[in-house]
Write a protein that binds this ligand. Structure first.
Ligand SMILES: Cc1cc2nc3c(=O)[nH]c(=O)nc-3n(C[C@H](O)[C@H](O)[C@H](O)COP(=O)(O)O)c2cc1C
Length: 366
């Protein structure tokens, strides 16, 4: 690379040192550049503004001269020097491609070339190398600068190290891929469990029991499925799981009314909520509100307790057959609910109101 080419900015004197130069952000390169290009409208107030902006900004900025062979850099501010690790003498007079290396994507470089040819503004992310050989992702923004007569005067380039942003994006992508894979495996696992239950049920002549067990397993599967997207963030939007569990009972007739908000709970609450709601729904279909066409079930959920560390789920049936008083044997569905709620250190209250069953369940969710 020919560093002797029209290296005016690099040869400039430091200048007069006016008041605005004082302070830690002092950078003489904009002033030197301005003095080297007196004809480029860098005089007067706009020139002073240019100097201050270039010197103080944390964004790396350079100008190249498209009217010289191989478009050498004619100006690079301090942020550019800090980003790349090169001194002004090493930068000025070179084409910016000296920042590229083995892992710089040729497609990205071609995109820059086209933009330059077409005097277009473009943003390209590509791998560049600092003087010490360290790689970084450079979000490069380039564009043309014209004089008052519309003649192309300079090309402007700003460089931003987006390595951290790229790493965060890659991590997020990885987490999403993992969740997708997990979801796939989980669906497979539930399908296998279903198959086993069905076959065993058929072989033992207990098909309807097998179906009942299967429905429970499927409800749990649906509840878990919704948690995968958020698995990496720890807490789960319980509303999504509730919706997924009860969806098959909705039938699009408006008989299911979901009223809860965006409460978030730890993952372990999901099984309790999933199985409980499934049992309540199955009971409502068999004996409760959903055994009548006019029947409605309203489900609400919210965080409660002094520390808002308790999930309260309310199940309210309306429009069903008259509710009969509780029997001694609550049936296997209810027995399962009771056991699950107890196991989760929760509480359950059933109010057998004449116009419909009202169940309030709490789960500790800290
Ligand atoms: C103003 C300006 C700034 C540029 N800055 C960079 C840069 O920071 N990093 C980089 O890899 N390429 C940068 N380039 C692109 C290269 O200078 C060059 O145009 C590119 O490699 C395509 O040309 P080539 O195929 O001749 O190498 C910049 C170009 C211009 C005009």
């Amino acid at each position: 690379m020919d560093k002797t080419k029209d290296n005016k900015a690099g040869q400039m004197s430091k200048g007069s040192g006016q008041a605005y130069h004082a302070g830690p952000s002092f950078d003489a390169s904009p002033e030197r550049f301005r003095e080297a290009h007196p004809d480029d409208q860098f005089s007067g107030a706009s020139g002073v503004l240019f100097e201050q902006a270039m010197a103080q900004t944390r964004m790396a900025i350079c100008l190249t001269d498209p009217n010289q062979d191989d478009q050498p850099i004619v100006f690079a501010n301090r942020a550019f020097r800090e980003l790349t690790g090169y001194s002004e003498e090493e930068i000025i007079g070179n084409n910016c491609r000296f920042l590229q290396g083995p892992e710089s994507d040729p497609a990205a470089i071609a995109k820059i070339r086209t933009a330059i040819e077409e005097e277009d503004v473009t943003v390209v992310e590509l791998i560049n190398y600092r003087k010490n050989g360290e790689k970084f992702w450079n979000a490069l923004h380039i564009g043309p600068i014209y004089d008052n007569d519309g003649k192309l005067l300079y090309l402007f380039g700003s460089q931003w190290d987006v390595s951290d942003v790229r790493a965060a994006r890659a991590e997020e992508l990885y987490a999403k891929e993992m969740a997708r894979e997990l979801s796939h495996r989980m669906k497979n696992m539930f399908a296998v469990i279903s198959g086993i239950v069905n076959i065993t049920g058929r072989m033992r002549g207990v098909e309807s029991e097998a179906r009942e067990i299967n429905n429970r397993v499927q409800a749990l599967g649906r509840a878990y499925e919704t948690t995968l997207d958020e698995a990496s963030s720890g807490n789960i939007q319980i509303g999504e799981a509730i919706r997924a569990i009860l969806e098959p009972y909705d039938l699009g007739t408006g008989r299911l009314i979901l009223k809860g908000n965006g409460a978030k709970v730890p993952f372990n609450v999901v099984s309790g909520v999933g199985v409980t709601l499934h049992e309540l729904a199955a009971n409502a279909e068999r004996h409760g509100a959903w055994s009548r066409e006019t029947g409605r079930v309203e489900v609400d959920w919210r965080m409660a307790g002094e520390k808002r560390d308790e999930l309260v789920v309310s199940w309210l049936e309306r429009g069903g057959p008259p509710v009969s008083p509780p029997r001694e044997d609550l049936g296997s569905g209810n027995a399962i609910i009771d056991r699950l709620v107890r196991h989760s250190d929760g509480t359950i209250q059933r109010d057998w109101n004449t116009d419909g069953l009202h169940v309030t369940i709490t789960f500790p969710a800290s």
